[in-house]
Write a protein that binds this ligand. Structure first.
Ligand SMILES: NC(=O)c1ccc[n+]([C@@H]2O[C@H](COP(=O)([O-])OP(=O)(O)OC[C@H]3O[C@@H](n4cnc5c(N)ncnc54)[C@H](OP(=O)(O)O)[C@@H]3O)[C@@H](O)[C@H]2O)c1
Length: 197
């Protein structure tokens, strides 16, 4: 919503193209005919210039192989956090170390950046008010991080580069901490800001 309002064309992906088209219509109506369309995940990955992976961690292995060719050389943002609700551990990273590293393994030619884990969906959706949280991101490709940084700054976020993709595990883990803070203090939107910058 925020990127569409800034003039970017947005392509929503889904396992079901009709579901993606219906969501695109809903968002266009909500935000006054901004440029949002819907396709299958693979088509969306092929059409997009920057690809944002916003799937549950359990859905990566069955979704990303179909997008591998389409994502070659592209900036791919992983927002994915490996959380398991209702079990003994909330934070359940995969064998790769983190969901972002699993995304990189499934899309080996993509330029993966891990970002947006600490910003709640409703904060992004309420596009009229500023987001207080910092945008922490990591990845191997400096140009890819520049692109993601521009996209984040365009929605008013302060961007903090936290180094290589191997830091994505700790980044993703912070979300488990924030989710626990939300539950403990009955909040919807605890966030994180880096001091001393
Ligand atoms: N929600 C937040 O506030 C927030 C904040 C930061 C990071 N994240 C992370 O961002 C990711 C997406 O979050 P979300 O809240 O949007 O999750 P979600 O609503 O559970 O899933 C997003 C979409 O993924 C598709 N999907 C669901 N299960 C799937 C599966 N097994 N295989 C393939 N596709 C599947 C569904 O779309 P279709 O049925 O249309 O295919 C669903 O609408 C998660 O990893 C989450 O941890 C979320």
């Amino acid at each position: 919503m925020r990127w569409a309002k800034l003039g970017h064309s947005i392509i929503i992906g889904s396992r079901d193209a009709e579901r993606a088209k219906a969501k695109a219509v809903e968002l266009r109506h909500a935000a006054h005919a901004i440029p949002i369309v819907g396709h299958t995940n693979a088509e969306a990955a092929a059409l997009g210039e920057v690809v944002v992976v916003a799937l549950p961690a359990a859905g990566l292995a069955n979704t990303l192989p179909d997008a591998r060719e389409a994502c070659r050389g592209k900036v791919v943002v992983s927002t994915v956090v490996p959380l398991t609700f209702g079990g003994p551990r909330l934070f359940t990273p995969p064998a790769a170390g983190s969901s972002a590293e699993e995304v990189q393994a499934l899309l080996p030619e993509a330029r993966v950046v891990a970002a947006f884990h600490h910003i709640a969906a409703h904060e992004l959706a309420e596009a009229e008010h500023p987001i207080e949280c910092d945008l922490l991101m990591c990845g191997a490709d400096t140009g890819a991080k520049d692109t993601v940084g521009q996209l984040a700054r365009s929605m008013g976020l302060r961007v903090v580069d936290v180094g290589p993709l191997s830091n994505s595990g700790p980044l993703e883990g912070i979300t488990a901490v924030l989710a626990t803070v939300n539950r403990r203090y009955k909040l919807k939107n605890s966030g994180i800001k880096i001091t001393g910058l």
